[in-house]
Design a protein around this ligand. Structure first.
Ligand code: SAM
Ligand code: SF4
Length: 473
């Protein structure tokens, strides 16, 4: 039977974006050294910032102020997350779409786009290719269509978890799909998903209506803004927010994202698990005036402010960005990146070196494969992590927040990251990446105090070298 969505909003749904207040803060707050230094101190104690404090950091214009901001973001990232960077890959399942978002290659009016939905056999073949590269975490991406019903999405998740190629396994499946009704979210949650991600695109209502025709379901700003509240109501406490940067003033979007994070924390006691801030990229047939371009320098500013404003949230920088930009911005508070990304549908099992926009949603900036990206992270002194322990141990939502607030992320996450890296190095890495990775594991182990905990980790590393898999502390 065709899926019919119930368009009821969540209990107590509200429009929590106060545009007037945001505009007032953006025009009223000026750079003030004493004030921003006070705010740096507050965030270094891992306190989330309110809108006024965030606006004070957005008001920084001087080079000196920006440098201090970047240093503070780096220090905070280190204090909370250590030097781990979590790796994942997006898997595009299908690009049928009933919406007409003007910036997207999948929009229904795009005549040049090749439409495709993967069959279960094709999903299996894609996942095998991803596993054979060493991927452990995927995000499944869908257009919006009655074909992509909750049951359909749930069956895709089941198919992905069921694939095992060699020693490979996908241990966490996240979702980026249209906002659903509560029942729909329940159906998908039952398959054991990680994060449900919905990007608001823009928090600025008038701009939102400009890019999302009112005749489409996506044209309903409030249905989307309330999307993650309904997910929470259905029991999904692992939520990802985001804004498509470049549709409107990026400073407004930062305050929109912070308003969203504050709203979720206030209503449910749990902030977003991740924040994404993709910059708009060229897409098939896209010919749009985009007067709000966010420059590379602005992008660095944006990432650093978000890091400070929402300290416990994972920050995702996607392969939309070029390797050069990723190399700079990764230091400013990012904790997750995708790597080895192919956006063309079916592109992992059969890809060519050339990007074909008519098969993709938009153009990828960083086309390095997973081994190259892993090597790059190691060279930059990061621990590439494939860890999925928190979610599999049930540490999501308020349990994750409690755990993070007790400062336990570093104690558990660094060892678990090292264990997953050791697996990757042994099973998939090139010799030069393996050499670098093993040296990093050695160095990290040396930093740990000699105690029973370290013995446990050493033991697990030994077991991995002997072929055991999926070990964690
Ligand atoms: N169809 C669902 C939706 O719109 O929420 C989910 C998948 S959509 C393919 C994922 C995200 O891609 C969108 O939320 C949007 O932010 C982003 N996107 C669309 N067009 C883009 C472009 N030209 N450049 C960069 N990101 C884009
Ligand atoms: Fe469809 Fe999502 Fe693209 Fe909009 S952004 S056209 S909803 S796939």
């Amino acid at each position: 039977m065709a899926y019919k969505m119930d368009r009821t909003l969540s209990k107590g749904a509200s429009d929590f974006i106060d545009a007037q207040k945001i505009e007032g803060l953006l025009s009223g707050v000026k750079e003030d050294k004493a004030r921003y230094r006070e705010i740096f101190d507050k965030s270094l104690e891992k306190n989330p910032l309110n809108l006024e404090e965030t606006a004070s950091l957005l008001a920084i214009r001087s080079q000196e102020g920006l440098e201090e901001l970047f240093e503070t973001a780096k220090a905070l990232k280190k204090a909370i997350y250590g030097n781990r960077i979590v790796l994942f890959a997006p898997l595009y399942i299908g690009n049928l779409c009933i919406n007409d978002c003007l910036y997207c290659g999948f929009r229904k009016s795009s005549g040049g786009t090749v439409r495709k939905t993967l069959t279960p056999e094709e999903i299996i073949s894609e996942v095998k290719s991803l596993q054979d590269e060493g991927q452990k975490r995927l995000i499944l991406v869908f257009g919006e269509s009655p074909v992509y019903s909750p049951n359909f999405i749930a069956s895709c998740v089941r198919t992905v978890y069921g694939v095992h190629s060699g020693k490979g396994a996908i241990r966490r499946v996240n979702i980026n799909a249209a906002p659903l009704d509560v029942e729909g979210y329940r159906t998908i949650k039952a398959e054991g998903i990680g994060t449900y991600q919905i990007f608001q695109e823009t928090y600025h209502r008038e701009t939102y209506s400009k890019y999302h025709p009112a005749s489409t379901i996506k044209g309903d700003f409030m249905w989307r803004l309330d999307g993650l509240d309904r997910a929470f109501e259905a029991g999904i406490d692992d939520l990802g927010i985001g804004a498509l940067i470049g549709l409107y003033d990026w400073r407004f979007e930062v305050l929109g994202l912070v308003s969203h994070a504050l709203h979720l924390k206030e209503k449910f006691g749990v902030g977003p698990h991740t924040i994404s801030f993709p910059r708009i990229q060229p897409a098939e047939g896209m010919n749009l005036p985009l007067p709000y371009k966010c420059s590379d320098n602005d992008f660095k500013h944006l990432v650093a402010v978000l890091r400070l404003a929402v300290p416990y949230t994972g920050m995702i920088m996607t392969a939309r960005e070029s390797p050069e930009i990723r190399n700079e911005v990764i230091h400013l508070g990012v904790s997750q990146i995708d790597a080895g990304t192919h956006l063309e549908i079916g592109g992992y099992s059969s890809h060519s070196d050339k990007q074909a926009l008519e098969r993709e949603q938009f153009q990828v900036g960083d086309t390095r494969d997973l081994d190259e990206a892993t090597k790059w992270l190691l060279e930059e002194g990061f621990i590439p992590s494939f860890c999925t322990s928190c979610y599999r141990a049930g540490r999501t939502g308020d349990r994750f927040m409690e755990w993070a607030e007790k400062g336990l992320i570093n104690k558990f996450c660094t060892p678990n990251a090292l264990l997953t890296l050791a697996e990757y190095l042994q099973d998939y890495a090139s010799p030069s990446t393996r050499e670098l990775g093993n040296a990093l594991i050695e160095k990290e182990m040396q930093k740990m105090p000699e105690d029973a905990w370290k013995e446990r980790i050493k033991n697990n590393l030994k077991k991995i070298s002997l072929g055991e898999r999926d070990l964690r502390v």
